[in-house]
Design a binder for this molecule. Structure first.
Ligand code: URA
Length: 432
């Protein structure tokens, strides 16, 4: 077997065997196959795709490229969730404590944000004192005692994905369903949980722009998980509008705390309850989603989920005092965005505000950039709200000096029309 024949097979639209897939993954990780040959193969895969069996083999070859997490010492059902990323997406900060407060064990590894989508690790690291680098023993111990832990991706887990992703990024091969699905699922499988819930987002602020593309990706990932013996399900959620009312790390943590205390925005609370209820069904705590939902809501109202959140944050060294003092918002620049005409807010473009939040300092465009934790955007309106000329639509917070284009960009994100829009109530869209 050699890499040229594997490339030729894919160019000729043939399915690759398990051995061929292992050969190129192992050869690449061991630096026996050069970048240019793997880049050529990735392009052939992007153009001709992979069938579900090939995609599952690719996922497992990537899993076997490194260390895998053994969660067997933890008692209970080990659960995991993953979001494909969005603007204002702080779901894990609420869903984690919700499911842990119900007795599930959440052992989660997360990534940092890049571009317009934020990352859970950045949000957690905006909490003073909190560490996301635990040893494996500390991680397992915390999941056992607190019910949850969230740490950064360890270097030893799925090294093949780090190498392949970096190469895909510079060779125009990121947008490929089998490559995205195997990249995400290899990390989830290597993390060891028994059940996996995927929150696959669609819309202008998401990786997948349409619900059709998101459905194809969700089905591919669910098929991989099921083939590999993990209860894997996906929910599809709208990312045309920012989630909740905040974008930016500390602002989002503050909103997650309010949500855990039963005072969160409707859209964000609904998504968290939906995700936690599906996870409770996966963990077999309830037979149906309809049965699970009221129990999940009770965990919010009773304060039990918030108590678990506090335990989790304290176990990882975090100090939550900063979130109860008004100076949280204190930044060098605070810019109110005022609407000129009266009418109804019919849409708020997530991507535009996501990119603006990066300019304000709340996100990064390169891995090396430093994030400003207090920076971000607070929305005062959501689609469907009536506004009058002179009302504030949102406030921008930044430690950079004021730039003229910020206000123009922020205003562009809001569509104001005379007629009230029909605001759709989100309903569960599940792939299983
Ligand atoms: N996220 C990942 O982890 N991998 C991809 O390929 C795309 C998004």
């Amino acid at each position: 077997m050699n890499i040229l024949s594997i490339i030729e097979n894919k160019v000729n639209k043939r399915a690759l065997s398990e051995e061929e897939i292992r050969f190129f993954i192992d050869g690449y990780v061991q630096q026996e196959i050069p970048d240019y040959q793997i880049a050529s193969l990735l392009m052939a895969i992007k153009l001709h795709g992979m069938n579900p069996t090939e995609t599952a083999h690719l996922t497992m070859a990537m899993v076997h490229s490194g260390h895998t997490m053994d969660l067997s010492s933890i008692e209970g059902i080990k659960v995991d969730k993953h979001s494909t990323g969005g603007v204002g997406d702080k779901t894990s900060l609420v869903v984690g404590p919700l499911v842990a407060s119900m007795g599930m064990k959440l052992a989660k590894m997360s990534g940092k944000g890049l571009g317009h989508t934020g990352g859970t690790i950045d949000k957690l690291e905006s909490i003073p004192g909190l560490t996301t680098s635990l040893t494996e023993a500390q991680f397992l111990q915390q999941v056992q005692t607190v019910g949850m832990a969230i740490i950064g991706q360890t270097k030893s887990l799925v090294p093949a994905d780090k190498l392949l992703y970096a190469l895909r990024d510079v060779t125009g091969t990121v947008q490929s369903i089998p490559l995205i699905a195997s990249s995400i699922m290899s990390k989830k499988i290597a993390s060891g949980a028994q059940t996996i819930l995927l929150d696959v987002k669609y819309g202008n602020g998401a990786f997948m722009k349409t619900i059709e593309e998101a459905t194809v990706l969700a089905k591919a990932m669910v098929a991989i998980g099921q083939t590999l013996g993990r209860d894997t399900r996906a929910i599809l959620s709208d990312m045309n509008e920012p989630l909740g009312l905040t974008i930016g790390n500390r602002l989002e943590v503050k909103e997650a705390i309010a949500t855990l205390q039963g005072q969160g925005p409707k859209d964000f609370t609904a998504l968290c309850v939906e995700a936690a209820a599906v996870m409770a069904v996966q963990a077999k705590l309830f037979a149906t989603y309809e049965e699970a939902s009221p129990h999940v809501e009770h965990q919010l109202i009773s304060g039990k989920a918030y108590q678990t959140f506090e335990n989790f944050i304290h176990a990882q060294g975090g100090d939550l005092h900063v979130f109860s003092i008004p100076s949280l918002h204190e930044t060098h620049t605070e810019l109110p965005i005022i609407v000129a005409q009266s009418g109804y807010v019919t849409s708020i473009h997530a991507l535009t505000l996501g990119l603006l939040s990066v300019s304000l300092g709340a996100g990064r465009l390169t891995k090396e950039e430093i994030i400003e934790y207090n920076a971000g955007i607070v929305l005062l309106v959501k689609p469907g709200d009536k506004v009058r000329s002179g009302d504030r639509l949102c406030t921008l917070y930044s430690n950079k000096s004021l730039q003229k284009e910020w206000a123009t960009q922020a205003l562009k994100a809001f569509t104001i029309e005379e007629k009230a829009p029909k605001v759709a109530i989100s309903t569960l869209q599940m792939i299983q």
